[in-house]
Design a protein around this ligand. Structure first.
Ligand code: Y12
Ligand code: CO
Length: 171
């Protein structure tokens, strides 16, 4: 089932999401719906709050070298904690909740992540490059933060001005 994606400036995106306690059938159906929604919207990452569910769950499906997304590469990450970080990298980020805007954001180049999978099993992941960047982007959503919240004062002002123009043009 496709879920509606909420977009900036919807205040729900500022929510601090809560830990997942039940790794049950309801969670599995919700994760399946998130995947369908993300792929349908050409996304590579989606956090639960982007579909108005305030739980600490995110999914990622990084395309391969040919640009193809395969469900076998899907990561379902629940209650994540970054336990180690290395280096810095800048990447042009986009977000399904901020459609049409892309900005260079600096993040950790690589990281070690502890999380639970859909069955509640504790997992460890070593991530670098785009996977590391996307994990940090999606984990920000769990804490009510968007990539545009990383912008400098002047870049943020420019973004808000451009957004107003886009909204006005749509009316
Ligand atoms: C860097 C950091 C984090 C990520 C993962 C989360 N972002 C996305 O998955 C963004 C997807 C996206 C898709 C769009 O749709 C199309 O390209 C057809 C899009 O375009 C518009 O909204 C017009 C914008 C974002 C990725 C990279
Ligand atoms: Co996002």
């Amino acid at each position: 089932m496709l879920l509606p994606i909420i977009t900036y400036p919807n205040k729900l995106l500022k929510t601090l999401s809560a830990d997942v306690a039940m790794f049950d059938e309801q969670l599995h159906t919700f994760l399946d719906n998130m995947y369908e929604t993300m792929i349908n919207n050409n996304g590579i990452g989606l956090a639960a709050i982007q579909v108005a569910m305030p739980i600490r769950a995110l999914i990622l499906c990084i395309p391969d070298e040919e640009g193809n997304q395969d469900r076998s590469n899907l990561l379902e990450i629940i209650n994540p904690h970054i336990v180690n970080t290395r280096g810095k990298a800048t990447y042009q980020e986009g977000c399904l909740s901020v459609p049409g805007f892309y900005e260079d954001i600096e993040r950790y180049e690589s990281l070690t992540l502890h999380y639970h999978n859909r069955h509640g099993v504790q997992c460890t992941l070593e991530a670098d490059n785009l996977l590391s960047i996307a994990i940090q982007h999606e984990m920000d959503h769990l804490n009510g933060k968007l990539f545009i919240d990383h912008l400098s004062y002047s870049r943020r002002k420019k973004f808000e001005k451009e957004l107003k123009k886009v909204i006005k043009e749509k009316k």
